[in-house]
Write a protein that binds this ligand. Structure first.
Ligand code: SF4
Length: 163
């Protein structure tokens, strides 16, 4: 059975920086949950970040791969450098995916960790650009297929075809 790593906030856990959840309501989620297919993680919380926490973005219009390569930092709106925590978060997510045999991940878009279609540009102005967060980038580099919440139908087709 194909297992799927999934963002905890999508599963209704109130773990986002603002203390909120962002549950994804979709028939596939209920089915996958009942099948025991979902492996839930909040990468940032797994690295010890509190809830709530200051919003953070990848600086300078860079993306997760740049953070992993040491070319960019993740900074809080208050200026704090949280790069190491975001790297640790990504490594925790990859370790869990590897241990549990996840070849797919379903991650919420827009996050500096979990985003895979877009992220914010580091100016805290709401401006966004195409790119992945740090966790999504590391999972992708490891060969795990990352889907955003907006792509759940495509993931469902793939997963259901393989079982
Ligand atoms: S790190 Fe991922 S799972 Fe955790 S709150 Fe942010 S988007 Fe959700």
């Amino acid at each position: 059975m194909q297992k799927i790593l999934v963002s905890a906030c999508l599963m209704g856990h109130a773990v986002r920086y603002d203390g909120q959840a962002k549950p994804l309501v979709h028939p596939a989620i209920e089915r996958w949950r009942a099948e025991g297919r979902l492996v839930t993680i909040c990468p940032e919380m797994s690295a010890g970040m509190p809830v709530p926490r200051p919003p953070a973005e990848i600086e300078g219009g860079a993306a997760g791969a740049d953070v992993l390569a040491g070319r960019a930092r993740v900074v809080e709106i208050s200026g704090g450098d949280v790069t190491d925590g975001f790297r640790q978060a990504a490594e925790n997510a990859l370790s869990l995916a590897t241990e549990t045999g996840c070849r797919y991940a379903l991650l919420i878009d827009g996050s500096p960790s979990c985003g895979s279609g877009f992220i914010y540009d580091g100016s805290f102005s709401g401006a966004r650009h195409s790119g992945s967060g740090v966790t999504a980038a590391l999972l992708t580099q490891a060969g795990i297929a990352v889907f955003s919440d907006r792509e759940i139908d495509r993931l469902a087709e793939l997963v259901d075809d393989q079982d």
